[in-house]
Design a binder for this molecule. Structure first.
Ligand code: NAD
Length: 266
């Protein structure tokens, strides 16, 4: 079974995915590989990247070691992709980091870590990718978060970085639209990955979470990957500057708790 119900024509298209050795990035890389794309995976662990691509043809895969917090590493990764494939059609900036934060006991090092991956990393990747995407009429997708659309308990610093990603996507869509480049964000809600598994395993947290999710389940990385396939395709050719939640309906709520019993009006 492939990740997507739909069939896309990504043969000959070169897709770059950052942080592709686990979770959402891995599912996105696999989804594009299943649809015929050539996929270049950027990440810090070569071993994890190799696991992602193990069952796909070597000629359509390229695992490139790079830390997105370092512009020079991103630039040299992009150059090696160009040397090998000669083009880049789609860039998915997925690498990200989430840590708790409380204002009374603020950890500046945690802020630096999150800012440098979530915001600086996105800037580095976008900066390196734009000339390539201009050449192909390609597009850029950022994996932001619903955490960039509002507040969350105990993670204001992460929320700030993801809010920054969302507004950066909107501004870049304006700046780059005239050059033929689309820029969009996917804002996942609560998705089961290694970043979230320990909280999902906590029954109290899990029950409280389900109160907020109309679809009655946590998301899975494949839920996000399906939207990436669509957004990157010509079917989304008139969509740019969009921030699209994949959250099972979580952000549709104003925050009023779900009723414990069915509501009946006389
Ligand atoms: P994950 O930890 O499995 O994936 C993050 C990936 O980014 C990892 O592979 C990691 O190695 C990579 N990465 C981190 N720092 C890096 C760096 N400096 N250079 C290169 N790669 C780096 O977690 P995930 O849940 O799959 O997260 C993927 C993205 O989705 C992140 O941007 C995260 O903020 C976002 N997100 C996740 C959720 C969720 O509920 N899991 C919700 C909303 C948004």
């Amino acid at each position: 079974m492939t990740i997507s119900w739909a069939t896309y024509s990504y043969d000959g298209h070169v897709v770059v995915v950052t942080g592709a050795g686990s979770g959402i990035g891995r599912a996105i890389a696999v989804a594009f590989l299943e649809q015929g794309a050539t996929v270049c995976l950027l990440g810090r662990s070569q071993e994890a990247l190799r696991d992602t691509i193990a069952r796909f043809p070597a000629k359509r895969t390229f695992a490139v070691p790079a830390d997105v917090t370092v512009q020079a590493e991103v630039d040299s990764a992009v150059q090696s992709i160009l040397d090998r494939f000669g083009r880049i059609d789609v860039v998915v900036n997925n690498a990200g980091l989430s840590e708790p934060s409380v204002i009374d006991d603020f950890d500046h090092q945690a802020w630096d870590r999150m800012r440098s991956v979530n915001l600086d990393g996105f800037i580095h990747v976008a900066r390196a990718a734009v000339p390539m995407l201009e050449a192909t009429g390609g597009n850029l997708i950022a994996i932001s978060s619903v955490a960039g659309l509002g507040g969350d308990w105990g993670q204001f610093a992460y929320n700030a970085t993801k809010g920054g990603v969302n507004t950066m996507v909107q501004s870049l869509a304006l700046d780059l639209g005239g050059r033929g480049i689309r820029v969009n964000a996917i804002a996942p809600g609560f998705i089961a990955t290694r970043q979230t598994q320990s909280r999902l395993d906590d029954a109290d947290f899990s029950n409280a979470l389900m109160n907020r999710v109309p679809m009655n389940r946590a998301g899975v990385p494949e839920d996000v990957a399906r939207l990436a396939l669509y957004l990157a395709s010509p079917d989304a050719g008139y969509i740019t500057g969009a921030i699209i939640p994949v959250d099972g309906g979580t952000t549709a709520s104003t925050g009023t708790p779900r009723p414990l019993r069915p509501i009946h009006y006389q």
